[in-house]
Design a protein around this ligand. Structure first.
Ligand code: ADP
Length: 365
């Protein structure tokens, strides 16, 4: 049982601030995912929690104990890496036993822990094999098994699925979720893959340039991104954006740009009405656009030229050119036969519009 508390944790490599004042309370048994593009500081954060990197400043607490100066082996954590780091010359059993034998755990207890872990992970039949006689997914399960046998307070995962092919990755995601139900343990999982983050995390921490951008549940991040970066990072295909200017106020806020104009009621967009900025970025998700005209005053519509269609079987994805932007539309009827070059009208409810400050990218509603 362990809470993990990071308080203003910072890491500098010379002049480079890899992690800037990271603060987060992770509840006991919570599964938190750190996500962001390469170089945003997520691995460094995880490695500081593990004790594999010194902390420049700040405090890390695991289960009521400040661990800043504790060796990794004394922190009661277990870490799964991208390359499973299994010992090739040992059997699966000996790989699982290795850490416990180092701690001089009695063989009887080791055996009981391995039987339990092997059952949880369905690898009972593999204990006499060597790693090279296992598939990628089986090796990954053994790597997880090594964590489970130690019964740690916290699991740390450093991109553990990124070496697997897409199908196996999807399967291992499910296995990690099932494992959570059987072995509920506080977990911190690092990935650059937003789908992995969305599907695994109770809460997600989105990072960019060493800074936490937003912390929230998957739905909070999807529905209410606090800035344009989070909006574009979460969701697939990525959110569409238009650069627009505020050209009128009063009863209606008029936004124009890219050959479009939207008239929005200030009561529905109070943040926009209060903004001093005259340039905004309007965002709308591909899944929220549908073909056709606006049907009532709650909807806005615009048209563009069809550039590309992508057939996915259960839906089509379209790309239409609107002004200088390529706009994606998802969820289009796969049977619909559309000619490239055609003019396509699309509509969406006003509530689906996200509005960001044109300079800072901060959400205005
Ligand atoms: P991520 O895991 O999000 O890809 P990292 O935590 O690995 O990012 O790196 C964050 C930043 O710190 C990057 O700019 C990276 O170049 C820098 N960095 C990481 N490790 C070192 C190091 N040992 N020495 C200098 N800079 C480093």
């Amino acid at each position: 049982m362990a809470e993990v508390i990071l308080s203003k944790v910072r890491k500098a490599y010379g002049n480079v601030l890899a992690v800037k004042d990271f603060s987060l309370d992770i509840a006991d048994q919570e599964f938190v995912v750190l996500v962001g593009p390469s170089g945003c500081g997520k691995s460094t954060t995880l490695r500081m929690i593990a004790g594999l990197e010194d902390i420049t400043s700040g405090t890390i607490t695991i289960g009521n104990r400040v661990v800043n100066d504790l060796q990794p082996k004394d922190r009661d954590i277990a870490m799964v890496f991208q390359n499973y780091a299994l010992y090739q010359h040992m059997t699966v059993y000996d790989n699982l036993a290795f850490g416990l034998r180092n701690r001089r755990t009695p063989e009887r207890d080791i055996e009981a822990a391995i039987r339990h872990a092997a059952k949880v992970l369905s690898i009972e039949g593999l204990l006499d094999r060597r790693p090279r006689q296992l598939s990628g997914g089986q090796q990954q399960r053994v790597a997880l098994g090594r964590c489970i046998v130690r019964n740690p307070k916290v699991f740390l995962f450093d991109e553990p699925l990124s070496n697997l092919d897409a199908q196996l990755r999807a399967q291992m995601r499910l296995e990690i979720k099932e494992l959570r139900q059987r072995v509920p343990t506080t977990s911190i999982f690092v990935t650059h893959d937003q789908v992995e983050a969305m599907t695994l995390g109770d809460r997600i921490v989105v990072m960019k340039d060493g800074l936490v951008q937003q912390v929230g549940t998957p739905l909070e991040l999807y529905r209410r991104p606090v800035n344009q970066f989070v909006a574009s990072f979460i969701g697939s295909p990525s959110m569409n954006f238009f650069q627009m200017r505020i050209s009128g106020a009063g009863d209606q806020i008029l936004l124009t740009g890219e050959g479009l104009s939207f008239a929005l009621p200030p009561s529905r967009f109070p943040g926009l009405a209060r903004s001093d900025s005259d340039s905004v970025t309007v965002g709308v998700r591909p899944q929220h656009l549908r073909l056709g005209r606006a049907e009532d005053a709650d909807q806005v519509s615009f048209s563009g030229t069809l550039m590309v269609t992508e057939q996915l079987g259960d839906e089509q994805l379209l790309a239409i050119r609107v002004g200088n932007s390529d706009i994606r539309i998802a969820g289009v009827d796969p049977e619909l036969n559309l000619a490239t070059g055609a003019s396509i009208e699309v509509a969406t409810a006003m509530d689906n519009l996200h509005i960001f400050d044109g300079t800072s990218g901060v959400a205005l509603r």
